[in-house]
Design a protein around this ligand. Structure first.
Ligand code: NAD
Ligand code: USQ
Length: 393
């Protein structure tokens, strides 16, 4: 398959690109390197020493003998260059990772909100408009998020995208319908993903674009078989309070003896998936495109759910780390149940990596090994959902 990977220099995109290249797919990465620029803007770094994109690509060539092409394009701004690459490459599929993905960064004042909306919505719309203009039949695989639903299951399993409803009309007749599961975003970032979903529904209805939207949980872990082959291929590991996600942050904190930063009571339940399973799911999605006339195919891409305090306790038992309850910088429920239907990927053959089996290796191989790179002052929260929360910090 010829696959364009939008955002292929990022945490999920880089190991996905290597995996697909190893499997003999022709891979073209498009990325504007904005994630690396945001590191500079925030004065933070990946815990792992990531190489420049050119060095990554030439290291991969020398190790595997395989070429990955790279194009530095801002897909939210440079529509024509995006269209030119699509027309020239004629890909079978495009994987879309290229969005600003940190909820805290998207709530960091008006700049973060405006940048996230402009970047993410224009990126998705430009991609869809370019596919229509190219006239090519291309399968779009988009990385969305579990957070589009706000994590509240309303006492039921969160279904894979669609909800069957029954309403009684004015004549007293019961009408059955299937609708998109109602969105309930908890940050500007999550809001952009709910709006992506509407764009997908529209372009699919109007132009029959084949789209798979993967509603992914929090990705944890760092390395894959491919990124482990050479230090120049190592994947990024974010630990700062804007981009670091909760489980990876806890692992790094345990490694440097920093008390685990549980926001609020820790009663928040979230969905998780290991980076290796995330890539397997993307491969399964690529191999199972919907038909042109089908609606948008939506999968819940997660393997397990945990309360944050339970995760903190597991890590604390493994490492003796202390737990520190911080005032929550976010506007979110203190406690929630989360039951998620993930049967589609299980039916396609996904064999989940168990969190409890892989935690220790992650602490040893990444968090401990690179702990000296941690800038401790970047661990405490620096983005607040409301003015009141910012004032009480
Ligand atoms: P990341 O920030 O590490 O990678 C995103 C990449 O896209 C970066 O390399 C960035 O430079 C690039 N990019 C952003 N805007 C661009 C633009 N306008 N033009 C070209 N390139 C652009 O993020 P990630 O963790 O790899 O996440 C990838 C996708 O997966 C995101 O869309 C995110 O919403 C989704 N996702 C991530 C997680 C997670 O835990 N990391 C969980 C669920 C969903
Ligand atoms: N949290 C802590 N302590 C920390 C960091 C976070 O208690 O040190 C809490 C947060 O308050 C929140 C939960 O942990 O309740 C998850 O936070 P997170 O930063 O790990 O994840 P989130 O902001 O939801 O975003 C991440 C990715 C995003 C993806 C999303 C999937 O950055 O791109 O879409 O996970 S999901 O959460 O399923 O929506």
């Amino acid at each position: 398959m010829k696959v364009i990977v939008l955002g292929g220099d990022g945490f999920c995109g880089w190991p996905t690109s290597l995996y697909l290249s190893k499997k003999d797919h022709e891979v073209i990465i498009i990325d504007n390197l904005s994630r690396r620029k945001i590191d500079l803007e925030l004065g933070v770094n990946s815990l792992t020493p990531i190489s420049f994109i050119d060095e990554r690509i030439s290291a991969w060539k020398s190790i595997s003998g395989k070429e990955i092409r790279f194009e530095n394009i801002d897909i939210s701004e440079n529509y024509q260059r995006l269209l030119n690459v699509i027309n020239e490459v004629k890909p079978d599929a495009i994987i879309h990772f290229a969005e600003q993905r940190a909820a805290p960064y998207s709530m960091k004042g008006s700049y973060g909100k405006r940048y996230t909306v402009n970047n993410n919505l224009n990126a998705t719309n430009n991609l869809l408009a370019a596919i229509v203009e190219s006239g090519l039949e291309i399968h779009v695989v988009h990385l969305g998020t579990m957070g589009v639903y706000g994590y509240g299951g309303a006492g039921m399993k969160i279904p894979e995208g669609y909800l069957k409803i029954k309403v009684t009309n004015e004549d007293g007749k019961d009408i059955s319908k299937e609708i998109l599961y109602p969105p309930n975003p908890g940050s500007i970032y999550h809001l952009t993903k709910t709006q992506d979903a509407l764009m997908f529904a529209f372009y699919n209805k109007n132009d029959q674009i084949k789209i798979t939207d993967l509603h992914q949980g929090i990705v944890w872990g760092t390395q894959t078989e491919e990124t482990e082959l050479d230090l120049r291929l190592i994947n990024r590991f974010d630990y700062d309070s804007d981009y670091g996600t909760v489980l990876n942050r806890f692992l790094m904190q345990a490694a440097i003896g920093y008390p685990l930063t549980v926001y609020g009571t820790g009663g928040q339940t979230r969905a998780f998936i290991h980076i290796k399973d995330s890539i397997k799911c993307i491969e399964l999605a690529l191999n199972n495109p919907p038909n042109k006339k089908d609606g948008v195919k939506i999968y819940n891409q997660m393997t397990e759910t945990h309360r944050l305090i339970d995760l903190a306790n597991i890590i604390s038992k493994l490492t003796n780390a202390e737990i520190n309850y911080l005032p929550n910088p976010r506007n979110e429920s203190e406690e929630n149940d989360l039951i998620v239907d993930n049967q589609c990927f299980i039916n396609l053959g996904l064999k989940p990596t168990k969190l409890t089996d892989a935690l220790l290796e992650e602490i040893k191989e990444i968090a401990n090994k690179f702990s000296a790179n941690c800038i401790k002052s970047k661990i405490v929260p620096s983005s607040f959902w409301t003015r009141e929360q910012e004032l009480r910090k």
